[in-house]
Design a binder for this molecule. Structure first.
Ligand SMILES: CC(=O)N[C@H]1[C@@H](OP(=O)(O)OP(=O)(O)OC[C@H]2O[C@@H](n3ccc(=O)[nH]c3=O)[C@H](O)[C@@H]2O)O[C@H](CO)[C@@H](O)[C@@H]1O
Ligand SMILES: C=C(OP(=O)(O)O)C(=O)O
Length: 420
């Protein structure tokens, strides 16, 4: 069985470079379906999710190159199929993002229901509410959702929750609709701005991305563009937490510090020194962590995608910390695995109470989801002995070349490939 082995490490030293953001790249890849000319993307890490999304696009008729030196081209002169295959969609929820662009470009999209996953039920009602408001008819059957519209017409859409995926999917449907669409209570994540920038480069008219009100004036046709996604703020935050936990002095390169405000603020509260430069962040830690409470929230609140990693670090803090998860209803799967390593964490509804001063011990553990896997790597580097993490495919969805990147700053980490 493939596994990642992490041993007690630190102090960490050196530099580590962050890749392009998975959560920006996936919707942008979906958005290339809207473009009638070639799109060139740069700084694309060869993540598992990028490979799956490339296959989804190919299944719909796109010519998608391999990722070479971080570059790829996508060309979709015509859509050849309106149906995304179940085998691909069940591998990755973000494949549902092709619904908006397919519907906009051809008037028909048939996508398997994405279903729930380890972190929650993750319904798609807000996506569908948006498509319906734009004039699409939605039908369900045989595990698929089918959306049809002779013509999409701009509308005002209020999202009951600022869902990242719904905001993106609706934006992509609205760019070719007739007239103006207004999305209110829209998600404000930096990845939404990046998608809007890409859409505007291919000829769309999207304004207000990054605020809670996005205005989209539909255009007739979209062309091609060059684009490099924003750096991955979650990957950057993961490395910042790793250095804070293990101790050391590390320069994290290719970041937008303003995207990391909540994590910088919380790490400073923990007593960590952080120096921000234009596109780098230096983290200096003696390994001592003050206990703090965190609450996950939509951007600019503390990101749910860093909750598990932060919790792993808090196991060695000097007191009691409360971690409240408000974005997903079941994002504490890592607690059971951290407990196997000796952590003392009690779940009380949407909160986890973390007793600090736990001396973690290396153990055999399972990455139950992507960020849980990252949390276990952090737990491994502050544990006594050796930690073996299985189900590493979750980690490869979102962290490119993680063992080499972390080895470069002194983490004792190796990967054992599957032995058949
Ligand atoms: C590929 C990608 O970008 N993934 C990110 C995206 O996921 P994703 O776009 O799935 O997350 P959402 O913002 O949509 O979900 C947030 C909450 O809204 C709920 N909801 C969402 C849609 C809907 O139609 N109805 C509904 O109730 C979800 O169940 C969840 O409880 O944002 C999350 C929240 O920052 C991140 O953790 C994910 O890493
Ligand atoms: C939950 C995540 O991703 P996805 O929405 O692709 O499952 C994540 O990146 O932590």
């Amino acid at each position: 069985m493939a596994k990642i082995i992490v041993k007690n490490s630190g102090p960490l030293e050196g530099t580590i470079r962050v890749s392009g953001a998975k959560n920006a790249i996936l919707p942008i890849l979906a958005a290339t379906l809207l473009a009638e000319e070639k799109c060139y993307l740069e700084d694309i890490p060869l993540l598992k999710d990028v490979v799956v999304m490339s296959d989804v696009l190919r299944s719909l008729g796109a010519e998608v190159s391999q990722v070479t030196n971080g570059e790829m081209t996508i060309y979709t002169p015509e859509i050849k199929s309106n149906e995304a295959p179940y085998d691909l969609v069940q591998k990755m929820r973000a494949s549902f993002y092709v619904l908006g662009p397919l519907l906009a470009r051809t008037g028909v999209a048939k996508i398997p229901m994405p279903g729930g996953c380890a972190i929650g039920a993750r319904p798609i009602d807000l996506h569908l509410k948006g498509f319906t408001a734009l004039g699409a008819k939605i039908e369900f059957g045989h595990g698929f959702v089918e959306a049809r519209a002779e013509k999409l017409i701009g509308a005002s859409i209020y999202l009951d929750f600022p869902s990242v995926g719904a905001t993106e999917n609706i934006m992509m449907a609205a760019v070719l609709a007739e007239g103006t669409t207004i999305i209110e209570n829209a998600a404000e994540e930096p990845e939404i701005i990046d998608l809007a920038n890409f859409l505007n480069k291919i000829g769309a008219n999207v304004k207000g991305a990054g605020t809670d009100t996005i205005r989209i004036l539909g255009v007739k046709k979209l062309l091609g563009a060059n684009h490099a996604p924003i750096p991955d703020r979650i990957e950057a935050g993961t490395y910042m937490i790793a250095v804070a936990a293990a101790g050391g002095n590390v320069l994290i390169e290719n970041v937008v510090p303003s995207h990391l405000k909540p994590i910088i603020a919380k790490l400073k509260e923990c007593g960590i020194d952080i120096a921000e430069e234009e596109d780098n962040i230096r983290v200096i830690s003696d390994g001592n962590i003050k206990s703090v409470d965190i609450t996950t929230l939509p951007y600019p609140g503390f990101p749910t995608d860093l909750q598990a990693q932060f919790m792993a670090m808090l196991t060695k803090s000097n007191g009691v910390s409360v971690v409240m998860e408000t974005v997903f209803e079941n994002r504490f799967m890592h607690v059971a695995e951290l407990s196997r390593m000796g952590a003392n964490i009690k779940i009380e509804g949407h909160s986890a109470v973390v007793q600090g001063k736990s001396n973690l011990e290396g153990a055999k553990v399972k990455a139950t989801d992507l960020r849980a896997g990252a949390a276990l790597i952090i737990a491994g580097l502050i544990s006594e002995g050796s930690t073996e993490i299985v189900d590493t495919y979750h980690i490869d969805r979102g962290y490119y070349d993680i063992e080499n990147k972390l080895t470069g700053i002194g983490v004792n980490i190796t990967r054992v490939k599957k032995i058949i």
